[in-house]
Ligand binder design. Structure first.
Ligand code: NAD
Length: 364
């Protein structure tokens, strides 16, 4: 078990290890005194892990309520948040009560946003159960929901009080869902850590089998190492730029176009798969248009193929640019993209919105 400390607008620990869920109550009570807690989870994770988490919290003296929503990006909306708020209000939750997000990135984003606005903010704990949530979304305090017009268009910065990451939960993921997390790990390698990029390249899809429960060989240790490496990078970035006005924007590598791909597919292409395509399109376009001297798209394409990601984008530059122009990263007539100079070195580039379609076209 390893502890990584974050010191942002709230100080908290990220605990990473195996077999942690059965002791959820013990870990949570170290940061939040026994109170009412609302476990927020989707219908899949509910069947897998809710019982263990709920019993442990009850044993530790918490009064447990639950809110279960239908899995998937279409539930990441303001109506789900509104139902959570009503449930807590009906059950007399107060400012000393808390939310527990048990699940993937969607659960964390929705639950964190509800925590940020209920009674103007209550504590919450992230318990990530996907590889994506473990390496990325459970840390850093970005919370929010999608609007009809696009991804993550409403939200708040609200840091958790604890992140409890039990890597045993990866054992029940499908390969497709595991891949979503791989895309974010590749992103961390590509923007800031070549050793991480090389580690992912070295093991490829063999890493997936290592997540099986009880498999304590060195590959599964490598998987945990990858979680720690990604989380440490994110911790450092968040501590330097919690509100996303500077270096944190590098974490958007592949995301502006990725979000457009998700939206164009009506969310049938999941976040990680869309980000993978987004990174590839941006890398190709940056080199073709002379914005980056090195052609990183070859490295990006190779690593994505090593994991068997689909690498063909089914949408046109017209479709993608139309949606991408509604992205949060747009400011007036420009939009900021993250471009790869080389693996481990990316930079922020403001593009005129009138050039976005040509840029995307060059990357397709
Ligand atoms: P997700 O939460 O939908 O989880 C993917 C699927 O895995 C779901 O069907 C879920 O039911 C299932 N699942 C979860 N844990 C499981 C387990 N242990 N075993 C079996 N099935 C399990 O999606 P995700 O990929 O975890 O997260 C994607 C979301 O995260 C997107 O909405 C994205 O915008 C957001 N995100 C947020 C941040 C942030 O900083 N806040 C960062 C990156 C991504």
């Amino acid at each position: 078990m390893e502890k990584i400390q974050v010191s942002a607008s709230r100080k908290y620990d990220i605990i990473i290890g195996r077999d942690l869920l059965k002791d959820t109550g013990k870990y949570v009570s170290q940061v939040i005194s026994p109170c009412k807690v609302c476990i927020i989870t989707d219908d899949i994770v509910y069947g897998l892990y809710h019982h263990m988490v709920c019993s442990s919290l009850t044993d530790a003296g918490f009064e447990v309520f639950r809110f279960i929503f239908e899995k998937g990006e279409r539930s990441k909306n303001i109506n789900t948040v509104s139902s959570i708020l009503e449930l807590m209000a009906e059950n007399d939750f107060t400012r000393s009560d808390a939310i527990i997000a048990l699940g993937g990135g969607i659960t964390g984003d929705v639950a964190g946003f509800a925590a940020s606005i209920f009674l103007r903010g209550i504590q919450f704990v992230q318990i990530p159960t996907t590889f994506l949530a473990a390496v990325d979304s459970s840390v850093g305090g970005k919370t929010g929901v999608n609007l009809q017009s696009g991804k993550n268009l409403a939200g708040a910065f609200w840091q958790p009080s604890l992140v409890l990451c039990d890597c045993n939960t990866f054992a029940t993921l499908t390969y497709e869902i595991f891949l979503d997390g791989v895309a974010e790990a590749v992103k961390y390698g590509a923007i800031l850590d070549k050793s991480l990029f090389d580690l992912l390249m070295l093991h490829g899809d063999k890493l997936f089998n290592s997540s099986m429960v009880g498999n304590n060989d060195c590959l599964s240790d490598t998987l945990i190492q990858i979680v720690k490496q990604c989380v440490s990078i994110k911790r450092d970035i968040v501590m330097e730029d919690e509100r996303d006005t500077g270096i944190r924007q590098l974490l958007n590598f592949g995301h502006t176009i990725g979000h457009a791909i998700e939206k164009c597919s009506n969310y049938s292409i999941t976040h990680g798969h869309a980000v993978a395509l987004g990174m590839l399109i941006v890398s190709k376009a940056s080199h073709k248009l002379g914005l980056c001297q090195t052609d990183c798209s070859l490295d990006i394409e190779n690593i994505l193929m090593k994991f068997n990601f689909p690498i063909t984008c089914p949408f046109t530059s017209e479709e993608l640019s139309h949606i991408a122009l509604k992205d949060k990263k747009r400011a007036g007539d420009t939009i900021t993209l993250v471009l790869p100079e080389s693996i481990e070195h990316c930079y922020l580039k403001k593009i005129d919105i009138s050039d976005l379609k040509t840029f995307i076209s060059a990357g397709l």
